[in-house]
Unconditional design. Structure first.
Length: 356
């Protein structure tokens, strides 16, 4: 197939890790007879330096005209003043809004080769393979906020509409049908009115999917069960702020920030794919960043935007093989493993794909 992929490297290690993911996508295209074209654009701090804004119009237009977006990371000490009018993360927020990216997907799957890298006991982690679906464009992060005249009282507003909830919950149920057919909807329905609407809506949608097991869970209970019995979850769907917090908690199950991918999807097939980590300014430019989170994000790009599931699996298998054979980047180094740099790890994944 032909596909147009926008690449937004961003700041810090962003350019290093997206270069490796692009290399892997090029290798897959060549191995499987597809034609992917890549166009790079500015975002984040790099865009502020060049164009005075974190999301230049040309970048948004390129993304809208592409089949998918591969994103690195934005931010760094150079642009860190919280009071600055232009800030790198406006690039990502602007893309979410401008592209209508309403669902954020974060798979958390335990890799058996890395079971000892987690702070959680191996027997608790065994079999963990869950998928978070976080609502991304509504809730308290987008509601009205302010301070009183004296500045000593502040408020933020959480608003959700039924169509917003329906869209993301239905999306979660559809994904569950391709997995182990279980959905956990997380809310705080004992306290929040938005959560009561969320639960009513989720229960109504659940009735349309009799083949999928459904449960509600309060967010505080979910925080606990995630580290007590993570393997019992399949798809977890929740609102924006709860999802923000719980996905960070869940990412620690696998023990490494550098390894986890994410996808942010719009209606239709357009999506933005990025590792969950930030721009890691402490290691930027040293050639030691772990590119696997971005490479696995490229696999999600193939699966969700281009509908190339076999190609996605080929990347995931190549990453599993590298880890099983003891190859690591420095952040996930363990005794007896072989440490590779960013490019060497990318080259290894390409080699596994082209010789598979
Ligand atoms: P971070 O994820 O950048 O780094 C946290 C720690 O993990 C650092 O020690 C870093 O070296 C390490 N790390 C992260 N990614 C790694 C990788 N691929 N390989 C090896 N080690 C890796 O988080 P932070 O330090 O809190 O934030 C740094 C900057 O990134 C800030 O400006 C922040 O705003 C930004 N940030 C951006 C995003 C994004 O673009 N989506 C997300 C989070 C943070």
């Amino acid at each position: 197939m032909d596909a147009k992929i926008a690449v937004l490297p961003g700041d810090g290690v962003g350019p290093e890790v997206t270069a490796e993911a692009r290399k892997v996508l090029e290798a897959i295209a060549q191995a499987r007879g597809h034609r992917f074209s890549f166009e790079t654009a500015l975002v984040g701090g790099a865009a502020i330096d060049e164009a005075g804004t974190a999301l230049p119009e040309a970048t948004l237009e390129l993304c809208k005209a592409s089949d998918a977006v591969l994103f690195g990371a934005v931010g760094g000490p150079k642009w860190d003043d919280p009071k600055a009018r232009v800030r790198p993360e406006q690039g990502l927020l602007g893309l979410r809004k401008g592209l209508g990216l309403f669902a954020n997907l974060r798979p958390v799957k335990l890799n058996p080769a890395l079971v000892d890298a987690s702070t959680i006991k191996a027997d608790v982690l065994a079999g963990t393979d869950l998928l978070f679906v976080r609502e991304l464009t509504g809730g308290i992060y987008f509601g009205q906020r302010g301070r009183d005249a004296g500045g000593k009282e502040a408020f933020d507003t959480m608003v959700y509409s039924e169509p917003e909830i329906t869209r993301v919950v239905r999306f979660a149920f559809n994904l569950a049908r391709g997995r182990r057919r279980k959905v956990t909807s997380v809310d705080k329905a004992n306290v929040l009115e938005c959560s009561r609407l969320w639960r009513e809506t989720a229960m109504r949608i659940a009735a349309e999917y009799p083949d999928v097991t459904y449960e509600n869970m309060l967010v505080d209970a979910c925080a606990m069960h995630l580290i007590r019995r993570p393997s019992t979850f399949d798809v977890i769907v929740t609102e924006n702020m709860f999802g923000d917090i719980l996905t960070d908690e869940a990412s620690m199950l696998t023990g490494s920030l550098g390894l986890l991918p994410s996808a942010s999807l719009a209606e239709g097939n357009l999506g933005l794919y990025e590792p969950i980590h930030g721009s890691a300014p402490d290691i930027a430019g040293q050639g030691i960043a772990n590119p696997l989170g971005t490479i696995l994000s490229a696999a999600l790009l193939l699966r969700h935007s281009l509908k190339l599931d076999q190609e996605a699996q080929a990347i995931e298998k190549a990453v599993d093989k590298a880890l099983a054979e003891g190859y690591r980047t420095r952040d996930i180094e363990q005794p007896g493993t072989k440490v590779l740099g960013t490019q060497e790890m990318g080259d290894l994944i390409v080699r596994y794909i082209t010789t598979a």
